[in-house]
Design a protein around this ligand. Structure first.
Ligand code: PLP
Length: 338
């Protein structure tokens, strides 16, 4: 594999299944639909950060770290998977949570991912919305070093070139699996946030000489900003792999029509997408990422604006633990909150 020379620890159940979604397809019309089940990576309810953490945690161990630090929004799936990985490897874990939404809902504040952070023994600190998280991580790492600790900082979302290697491998895995099923993907669609997933996939397909387009449905930024972030990180990932062939900027596809009022804020389309996917496939999406990505996919299929006529692979990036934080959003008569 392209990533063989990089150290990794085994955290994920791999390869994740690639499954057809016939009932969802029938409900929508449109092209054949497959789901790449990265919600099944297995670590404390799974998700996409686990692939990145295989490389990042190996680097932490090799650096002699005694604890890892990371940050995210209150219901960060990345923080939860990092807490679980640290627990499994016997490292300490500190998490800085940005009070992204000014929600007083006790489920949002303490259930879902936050409950799991605590169960895995992570120390959780909350900081006001808008705090510079990278600066807060650096500052906390300095304080720990001063006290004799050996902290290792993992960036928000695990999205640096080393973390993105996890999705270089996922691209290779998808190419192999679709050869086995005989169904070549015409398009991969997924939720794009801190950009490591999309950057890794784009770099991986590029390196494998497989011309599979990847459409990132944005959950926070505008489409041009997200495309720039993805492009930069994809290029850095190729550099790390020692591959010199550059990626053209117009290879990066992003769509920000489904963000709604902002990161983590529910939309009616997300609620409908989560319900439809549960009711047709028995498959659980999440309110912040995969629910909005599916809302986008559904809308593009219905409006016949999907940029492919071939097979569509929806990369399910996980996050269902977050559903329990959004109970009121899905409850009887519950509006789109928090
Ligand atoms: C983090 C996350 C994403 C986005 O992945 P990035 O690599 O940050 O772009 C998508 N879905 C879920 C469930 C996530 O937790």
């Amino acid at each position: 594999m392209l990533t063989d020379r990089f150290a990794r620890v085994s955290l994920a159940h791999l390869p994740t299944p690639l499954e057809p979604a016939p009932a969802l397809r029938a409900a929508l019309g449109g092209p054949p639909l497959w789901i790449k089940r990265d919600d099944c990576t297995g670590l404390a309810t799974g998700g996409n950060k686990t692939r990145k953490l295989e490389f990042l945690m190996a680097d932490a161990v090799n650096a002699g770290a005694d604890c890892v630090l990371t940050a995210g929004g209150v219901q960060s799936n990345h923080a939860r998977q990092t807490a679980a990985a640290a627990a499994k490897l016997g490292l300490g874990c500190e998490i800085i949570l940005d009070e992204t939404l000014p929600s007083a809902d006790p489920d949002y504040r303490n259930n879902g991912n936050v409950l799991i952070d605590r169960l895995c023994g992570a120390q959780v600190r909350r900081v006001p919305r808008g705090t510079d998280l990278e600066a807060a991580l650096t500052e906390r790492a300095k304080a720990l070093m001063k006290a004799g600790g050996r902290p290792y900082v993992i960036p928000v979302g695990g999205s640096n070139a080393l973390g993105a290697l996890g999705y270089v491998d996922c691209a290779t895995e998808l190419v192999r699996q679709s050869r086995e099923t005989g169904e070549a993907p015409g398009l991969v669609v997924h939720a794009s946030g801190s950009a490591g997933t999309q950057a890794g996939l784009v770099a991986g397909f590029h390196a494998a000489g497989a011309d599979v387009p990847v459409l990132g449905i944005c959950v926070s930024r505008s489409a041009p900003e997200q495309a720039q972030k993805v492009h930069r990180l994809a290029q850095q990932t190729l550099d790390l792999l020692g591959i010199t062939a550059p990626i053209a900027k117009d290879r990066i596809q992003t769509n920000s029509d489904y963000v709604g009022d902002g990161y983590g804020i529910a939309t009616e389309a997300m609620i409908k997408a989560v319900e439809l996917t549960a009711r047709t496939e028995g498959l659980l999406l999440d309110p912040v990422y995969s629910g909005k990505a599916m809302a986008g996919l559904i809308d593009l299929i219905r409006k016949q604006k999907l940029p492919t006529t071939g097979n569509v692979v929806f990369l399910h990036t996980g996050g269902a633990a977050g559903l329990f934080a959004y109970r009121s959003t899905f409850g009887a008569g519950g509006g789109p909150q928090p």
